[in-house]
Design a protein around this ligand. Structure first.
Ligand SMILES: Cc1cc2nc3c(=O)[nH]c(=O)nc-3n(C[C@H](O)[C@H](O)[C@H](O)COP(=O)(O)OP(=O)(O)OC[C@H]3O[C@@H](n4cnc5c(N)ncnc54)[C@H](O)[C@@H]3O)c2cc1C
Length: 411
């Protein structure tokens, strides 16, 4: 057991929020340790999109050139699948000011590896993979750090001036701190599985939606396989599984006939895990010694694919506002409260838009209640093309985008 380890800022979770925070604080000269429970970044699905505001941030951090070398494709429209099978384009991201006028779809592990490589160049940065936080250390009513366990079974404690929970939507640290998010209804869950990709070519990470009637499926190109997301009405998981795998294979082929020669590889429900989609947020993002950001503070729906970017922006705001107090080892409650104040508006606006789209479009489509896309937005964006810049800005840049603080900028 390794005891009495210490750092200035302890970040729990090496997802987009945790890695960006680790990188930026290390560039500020703050001693920072990131704990990540997995051994690599090739794991559960957490989205592949890197939005224009995050691409601009990467340029400000001096990482834009490396980022553009990663395998990626570009999304230049904001489009929704209509129940009649047609894609309805409401926004044109290409109308925004170049070069930040597209969304890149990049395998998330490549994006995270890029951040890790940059962070490792800073002497005050430390990353502990295969290390899961198992509980909070509380001293005199204050969070003083965490207990951890490595994948090899070694246990220990790390104390810190500040612990930041970036441990995602099922945050253990949030539970341990006794904080409960307010949950909003979500009408769907996602089945997440792989199918072989016989004909290779095309961009890795290109995303194709397929819709028919009340069914919706997304395929994401990988090197030699498709990553597939099948959307199902919340609460129908058991009933659909009871229909059996052969019926599910039929459903897939009905939606995507080109996958007919791939579906035979699906033989067992263990190959098809369900992602429980959630939309929630905490009212309070900190306790004494502990701050929560990213999905740990507000789980985002996949609608609009903005969760990674909101998490990244949280991390930038946190580093900007806390670097100096951390350097001086005096982070107080007032400093922590400023993070939530700064990020509350973009979080609430984004989640509200997601809830509206879920309520008026995704839910009714999956329930088979509407057979065509609402006509007013189509009419308006077709006849006044300049309006297509509005949804494009909301999705690709988002409300209150953050910029890299001076201490983190590199040419
Ligand atoms: C079905 C679905 C599709 C989505 N699609 C998109 C999309 O296309 N684009 C998009 O931008 N967003 C998408 N999102 C949302 C996006 O995935 C999240 O909003 C984003 O990943 C949040 O980043 P994060 O860093 O806060 O948390 P996460 O990405 O969840 O990272 C948390 C990290 O903490 C680690 N961790 C957890 N517990 C511990 C512990 N105890 N100790 C140490 N480490 C721990 C985890 O291993 C993980 O690496 C989608 C979400 C869902 C559910």
């Amino acid at each position: 057991m390794a005891d009495n380890e210490r750092t200035t800022c302890l970040v729990v979770g090496g997802g987009p929020a945790g890695m960006v925070l680790g990188l930026l604080l290390a560039r500020a000269g703050v001693e920072v340790t990131v704990l990540e429970k997995h051994g690599d970044f090739l794991r559960d699905f957490r989205g592949d999109t890197v939005h224009a505001s995050t691409i601009r941030l990467l340029d400000e951090l001096g990482l834009g050139e490396e980022f553009r070398k990663l395998p990626q494709s570009r999304l230049e429209t904001v489009a929704f699948p209509g129940p009649d099978g047609k894609i309805v384009t409401l926004g044109e991201i290409s109308r925004l000011r170049p070069p930040y006028n597209y969304i890149a779809t990049v395998p998330q592990w490549d994006f995270l590896d890029l951040l890790v490589d940059a962070a490792k160049q800073e002497p005050t940065f430390s990353l502990r993979m295969n290390t899961a936080a198992t509980g909070l250390i509380k001293e005199n009513g204050r969070v003083a750090g965490v207990r951890y366990r490595t994948s090899g079974g070694e246990t220990g404690t790390i104390r810190a001036d500040l612990t930041v929970a970036c441990d995602g939507r099922t945050s253990l640290l949030r539970d341990e701190a006794g904080l409960a998010p307010k949950e909003f209804p979500v009408p769907f869950d996602v089945w997440w599985f792989r199918l072989p990709r016989h004909e290779q070519g095309g961009p890795v990470s290109g995303i194709s939606p397929r819709i028919k009637g009340s069914e919706l499926l997304l395929t994401i190109n990988r090197d030699d396989y498709f990553q597939v997301a099948y959307f199902l009405k919340k609460g129908t998981n058991d009933a659909l599984r009871a229909e059996g795998i052969p019926r599910f294979r039929e459903r897939i082929v009905n939606l995507a006939p080109d996958l007919a020669d791939a579906v035979d590889t699906l033989t067992d429900w263990n190959q098809v895990p369900m992602l429980d989609v959630r939309l929630n947020r905490l009212h309070r993002w900190h306790t004494d010694g502990l701050l929560l950001i990213g999905d740990a503070a507000h789980a985002m729906s996949p609608v609009g694919g903005v969760g990674i970017n909101v998490a990244v922006q949280d991390a930038v705001a946190t580093a900007t506002l806390l670097a100096e107090p951390l350097r001086q080892h005096r982070v107080g409650a007032a400093d922590l409260a400023r993070i939530r104040r700064r990020r509350w508006f973009p979080t609430v606006v984004t989640q509200t838009l997601q809830r509206v789209i879920q309520r008026v479009l995704v839910g009714p489509v999956l329930r088979g209640e509407i057979t065509s896309f609402p006509k007013a937005p189509i009419f308006l964006t077709r006849h006044i093309p300049a309006l297509r810049a509005i949804p494009a800005y909301i999705v690709a840049i988002g409300p209150r985008p953050e910029h890299a603080p001076d201490f983190a900028r590199r040419p």
